[in-house]
Ligand binder design. Structure first.
Ligand SMILES: NC(=O)c1ccc[n+]([C@@H]2O[C@H](COP(=O)([O-])OP(=O)(O)OC[C@H]3O[C@@H](n4cnc5c(N)ncnc54)[C@H](O)[C@@H]3O)[C@@H](O)[C@H]2O)c1
Length: 337
């Protein structure tokens, strides 16, 4: 299979590309990525020299560039990861998030429809369901009730993608995954931020009371779920992808400190995020039934492996943390403590 992977220089997309080539899920992989602050060619270093791999720096909002690559490469499928992926950024500055996540997806769908693409896998998030009251777990029929500009942009792009199946019979499948963690994650999301601060003996800023519950999914488990959905998923369907590991944020932070051998006195509380969802929880049963996929990674083991990766790759962290990220950190944490 030949794959065109948008956002393939980001955290999850680059893991997917490394796995696709390492485990021979694909005969050719073309990464299409704008290289925003979150895109990093270093994440693709392990596959950079391979003849089956090509990198194109371009914006998904550029319809002409998308059409040219479709004609040049004739991929069997687009796997669409490219997005502005951070909720806090979407609160401070929603416009680029709506542009990339909604209009960018629209541009890709239009190009795919005109080209007659065989398969379109749209990577989405459980955040589209909004906060889920206990004891419910969202299945794929749970109402979409997004709370932030980020989750609303993803919900809108999910519906648009599904409409291309209903209206134009474009072979679209949507996956909705829970919170990912693992190596190469930009240190603005909870786990890599807390690991990176813990390793530097800096305060670990916890939003509000820290009792927001998230389901944690190891990034390689997520990528295997996407391979499963690509290979066994049905057109026009949505598949949830969860890690079967629900934990309050504060418990995640305690486990990080414990595993990194750092004191709990590093925890500090900052003002909560506006509209912060209290609880995400989802069931994976539909994807398991369709493909046999199940998450494999135990959370404590995945966390230990992730901490070890950040210990071993402090230069990578230092490089991605310089510049633009520093300004974002100050806006989000320093000015709200
Ligand atoms: N991180 C999570 O926990 C999580 C959970 C569920 C779903 N998702 C979804 O998975 C996808 C990937 O998430 P991630 O955490 O790897 O994100 P990321 O922020 O690490 O990477 C996003 C990538 O998209 C690229 N990009 C951004 N705007 C672009 C544009 N206009 N044109 C081309 N490329 C562009 C960036 O350069 C970057 O390489 C996103 O669609 C996200 O909504 C993420």
């Amino acid at each position: 299979m030949k794959l065109l992977v948008t956002g393939g220089a980001g955290f999850i997309g680059s893991c997917f590309v490394r796995m696709a080539l390492r485990e021979k899920h694909a005969a050719r992989v073309v990464v299409y990525d704008k290289l925003t602050y979150a895109g990093n060619l270093e994440n693709l270093q392990p596959v950079a020299g391979r003849p089956e791999f090509r990198f194109i720096q371009a914006d998904i909002l550029d319809g002409n560039a998308v059409e040219s690559v479709l004609h040049e490469e004739s991929p069997d499928a687009i796997v669409h990861f490219a997005a502005e992926s951070h909720v806090d950024r979407s609160i401070h500055s929603p416009a680029p998030v709506i542009e990339t996540n909604f209009n960018g997806t629209f541009t890709l769908l239009e190009a795919a429809r005109r080209f007659g693409l065989k398969r379109f896998l749209h990577v989405s998030t459980d955040e589209v369901y909004g906060s889920i009251p206990e004891p419910l777990d969202a299945d794929e029929n749970y109402p979409v009730r997004a709370s932030s500009p980020y989750s609303a942009s993803k919900a809108g792009s999910d519906l648009l993608a599904l409409s291309y199946f209903t209206t134009y019979k474009l072979n679209v499948t949507v996956t909705r995954a829970s919170n990912n963690y693992g190596p190469y994650q930009f240190p603005e999301k909870l786990i890599p931020l807390m690991i990176s601060n813990a390793l530097d003996d800096k305060p670990l800023p916890i939003y509000g009371d820290g009792l927001q519950v998230r389901d944690w999914l190891y990034v390689e488990d997520h990528c295997n779920a996407i391979f499963a959905a690509l290979e066994k998923g049905s057109p026009g369907e949505v598949y949830n992808v969860g890690g079967n590991c629900s934990l309050p944020n504060i418990e995640v932070v305690r486990r990080i400190l414990n595993a990194a051998g750092k004191p709990e006195s590093l925890m500090t509380y900052v003002t909560d995020r506006p509209g912060h969802d209290r609880r995400y929880a989802l069931t994976n049963e539909k994807l398991t039934r369709a493909s046999g996929w199940r998450p494999q990674m135990d959370f404590n083991e995945g966390l230990a492996a992730t901490i070890q990766w950040y210990r071993d790759n402090r230069d990578w962290v230092a490089r991605v943390k310089s510049g633009e990220y520093q300004r974002f950190y100050e806006l989000n944490y320093t000015s709200r403590s």
